[in-house]
Design a protein around this ligand. Structure first.
Ligand code: SAH
Length: 341
């Protein structure tokens, strides 16, 4: 069976033609799925009974089940979803005063192996399909009975290692006849898969690109992120410059501060040199220590000094608010969970 949530509107029109239906049916179905957020074909009451039966025979409506929902004292909610094949993933909802942001997963597990991240060390299972990425948004909206305003691809997985499905999901999410969340409200975060950054620059999409930089020289970065061995800093920065030139968009660099590792003023100086002349923003993340991890959080004093140094030297830097840490929903704390543990 095919998941009906994996098609963008044009593809769904082609699907309808392929089963002998008129293309406008696709718009009706789209509206039921993404506006009304129905869970059954039988709820699509402006479709004939006959068509509903036909759809049921060909397609599934993928409805994730909530296995567990935890709520933080700051209002952050963490969902553990059953993705219907014996696997589970985590998705996080954060409430800011300017709206609701959802942190989606792009893969079941992750291959990147970043040393400070809780998704590391658990075997990679598979990519999520476009429909499964979209379903995370719908399932949360169904649960909170409200609309999501922003999406960040910062959950489990490396979005640029699942490039096609992530791009497809964004097109479904963007569609004004669907979830209608504008690309400007979507951020893709990558550990730095250089060839895909070049591809992304050619997509003509208005999403924000976030780069998980975390260190300013290859020795330190490779110690934290094995992906740096394949795509070292010079190549990464070159790809970022190409991206900025082609898209004229600002890049957001993520920098997780770990005590006595990458958080002293020498590092800040190197960072200023590295990012000089680029249209960018630095997001400083107080690192969350993971179980058996060797990296621990910098002191608040160091984090503030680091930020001030960047700001004083022409680089806009902010410290990311930590949300949901009491329910293991903060940066780097998400894991792929098995249904039976
Ligand atoms: N694979 C993508 C997206 C997932 S991680 C990427 O690497 O960008 C989202 C962000 O959280 C990344 O910047 C990542 O480096 C950061 N992160 C991971 N583990 C963390 C931890 N323990 N503390 C703070 N940030 C962490």
């Amino acid at each position: 069976m095919k998941n009906i949530k994996q098609y963008n509107l044009d593809e769904l029109k082609n699907e309808m033609i392929s089963i002998g239906e008129k293309p406008f049916r696709a718009e009706q179905i789209f509206s039921w799925l993404y506006r009304e957020k129905v869970k059954e074909f039988d709820e699509m009451t402006n479709l004939s009974l006959e068509l509903r039966e036909k759809l049921k025979a060909e397609y599934d409506i993928c409805n994730f089940k909530i296995i567990r929902k935890q709520e933080s004292s700051d209002g952050t909610k963490k969902y553990l979803f059953d993705v219907l094949d014996g696997n589970a993933i985590e998705t996080v909802l954060m409430q800011y005063h300017h709206g609701k942001t959802i942190c989606v997963s792009s893969q079941i597990g992750c291959k990147m192996g970043c040393k400070f991240c809780a998704s590391t060390g658990i075997p990679f299972v598979r990519n999520l399909s476009a429909g499964e990425i979209v379903e995370q948004v719908i399932a949360v909206e169904q649960d909170i009975l409200d609309n999501i305003s922003n999406i960040v691809f910062m959950g489990i997985g490396e979005p640029l290692d699942n490039y096609e499905n992530v791009m497809k999901a964004i097109k479904i999410i963007n569609n004004p006849k669907g979830l209608n969340i504008g690309a400007r409200h979507i951020s893709i975060s990558t550990s730095g898969i250089v060839p895909k950054i070049y591809d992304l620059a050619n997509e003509n999409m208005q999403c924000t690109l976030s780069i998980s930089l975390h260190a300013t020289n290859n020795k330190k970065r490779s110690e934290m992120m094995p992906v740096n061995n394949a795509y070292p800093i010079e190549e990464l920065i070159k790809a970022c410059k190409d991206y900025i030139k082609k898209t004229n968009k600002r890049i957001s660099f993520e920098y997780a501060l770990a005590k006595d590792n990458n958080d002293n003023l020498e590092d800040a100086k190197e960072l200023v040199k590295l990012l000089k002349g680029m249209i960018c923003h630095v997001n400083l993340i107080p690192i969350n220590k993971i179980e058996n991890g060797k990296f621990t959080k910098s002191t608040n004093e160091n984090i503030i000094k680091f930020r001030d140094y960047l700001n004083d030297h022409g680089i806009v830097a902010t410290i990311r608010r930590e949300l949901g840490s009491d329910i293991d929903a903060a940066c780097g704390q998400l894991r792929r969970k098995n249904l039976n543990n």
